[in-house]
Design a protein around this ligand. Structure first.
Ligand code: MN
Ligand code: MN
Length: 466
């Protein structure tokens, strides 16, 4: 090989280095990434709603020594606790060796994903077909939800307070559901509409039955038959839908993508990929220096409002309780704390290069993305991490040999988005967004790269370790 020129050596010294992660890790690390993602796929298939993720992660945490948090109880270094908020959000904490007054290490991810929610009065019959009315949740491209197999997950709460859990369409042999779409031959008018207009929100009705109850006359016999089946199976009446949270989600399972199996395709990876990475790192946190607090939040996709979203006070209350336990104040704890807001970023898509600015886009297989700011139209609605905190995180990731990159969500004025970062930053905590780059984000089948999933987990481990 020819000797490097002086200019080449100078470039190596002075220029930022960008390289595909696979050029930077050894075979053993690649294997670890692949095997880590086997657990991740199981997590995806076990938790397609925020309630299911809470249940699955709490069950796993219990096996790893976590116990329900009791307010007012004294905990000591190494103790592991969890706090469930209304079955839709959860906080896991591992008490650190340093007093909480010196600050804690918070990670926050969200476990809600875009989907179709049933309306309070969902069931109707039209043209002798039974359907459910829906109101979509979060940002979706409506046309992506037609003509794919769908499953129904959720709970129905009866007047006596008893809870009926429903999950149909996931196990082999179970029926599934769908939203129908118009065949091309009759779609001349529809095809002239914009993609935003082609499928209307009120057309996202779920096909759930077509067989009438056998009778000599009378209307709504298909609906009646469906209600009879639901009553026999779940003991519910039509009015019980009024107190239910039923979510329609894609029925497909997580699977490897590509001949090289380097990627994963699945519903709900925004943000369960980061939730899993943060949760797995929290399980590994053993007698950490600073107290580790991981919150898996609900309602991010609709703006984090509501009592299970991170704009709510439940995280603050939890920190207040931790502070009180050690005779200090939440103000003291939070002012000295650091947080990684773990959420996905958009990956550069070679089919749509025009939406990104290449220098600041995130790429799959380039590692965990550190996003200094989100927001839109001149950084509106972002907490924008400080240069000082970015400096600390850079140093941390490099010292731990983590493959990482930076990324912005699209080019300036192309659009934008937000995360839970600002809600925690608003509590006077140093926060930056880190996470996994995603292709087809918010679609029913999102794609991530295994290397990036693993590096996000490693980044969280490093963050909790110091
Ligand atoms: Mn997200
Ligand atoms: Mn999202």
């Amino acid at each position: 090989m020819a000797e490097k020129s002086r200019e080449e050596l100078l470039k190596e010294k002075l220029f930022i280095r960008r390289k595909n992660g696979y050029q930077r890790i050894d075979e053993e690390t690649a294997e670890k990434a692949y095997s880590f993602c086997e657990e991740y796929k199981a997590f995806l298939d076990s938790g397609k709603t925020e309630r299911e993720v809470v249940k699955f992660s709490v069950d796993l945490a219990k096996e790893r020594g976590f116990v329900p948090y009791e307010r007012g109880k004294k905990y000591s270094a190494g103790d592991k606790v969890y706090y469930v908020n209304r079955n839709k959000a959860v906080i896991f904490a591992v008490i650190g060796q340093e007093p909480v007054a010196k600050g804690i290490r918070i990670s926050a991810a969200h476990i809600d994903s875009p989907r179709l929610d049933l309306k309070p009065n969902p069931l109707y019959e039209d043209a002798e077909q039974a359907l459910f009315k829906t109101h979509y949740y979060g940002g979706i491209k409506k046309y992506q939800w037609t003509a794919i197999p769908l499953a129904l997950h959720g709970v129905v709460v009866k007047k006596d307070g008893s809870v009926v859990e429903i999950c149909v369409g996931e196990e082999p042999g179970e029926p599934q559901f769908c939203v129908t779409d118009l065949l091309l031959h009759l779609a001349a008018d529809q095809m002239k509409k914009s993609m935003a207009e082609g499928i209307k929100g009120e057309a996202l009705n779920i096909l759930i039955g077509s067989r009438p109850l056998k009778a000599d006359g009378g209307g709504e016999l298909v609906k009646l038959n469906i209600m009879k089946i639901l009553n026999e199976k779940y003991g519910i009446l039509e009015e019980d839908f009024l107190s239910a949270e039923l979510e329609v989600v894609p029925a497909f399972k997580a699977s490897d993508i590509g001949f090289d199996r380097s990627m994963i395709g699945s519903y709900g990876q925004d943000d369960r990929v980061c939730a899993f990475a943060a949760f797995a790192a929290t399980l590994e946190a053993d007698r950490p220096k600073y107290t580790v607090v991981t919150v898996l939040a609900d309602k991010e996709e609709t703006g984090s409002d509501g009592n299970t979203g991170l704009a709510s006070a439940y995280l603050m209350y939890f920190v207040e309780d931790l502070a009180a336990m050690q005779g200090t104040s939440a103000r003291e704890v939070l002012s000295n704390s650091q947080c990684l807001s773990v959420d996905v970023n958009s990956a550069f898509d070679s089919n749509y290069p025009e939406v990104n600015e290449k220098l600041n886009a995130a790429y799959i297989n380039y590692g965990v993305v550190v996003t200094k700011y989100t927001g839109s139209r001149g950084k509106a609605g972002t907490s924008d991490a400080s240069a000082e905190f970015m400096g600390k995180i850079r140093d941390l990731l490099d010292r731990h040999g983590i493959v990482w990159q930076t990324g912005e969500l699209g080019k300036v004025d192309q659009g934008g988005g937000g995360t839970v970062a600002k809600f925690i930053a608003n509590m006077n905590v140093d926060v930056v967004d880190v996470g996994v780059p995603v292709l087809s984000m918010h679609s029913p089948f999102e794609v991530v790269a295994k290397l990036d999933v693993y590096m996000t987990y490693r980044a969280l481990c490093a963050f909790f370790a110091e």
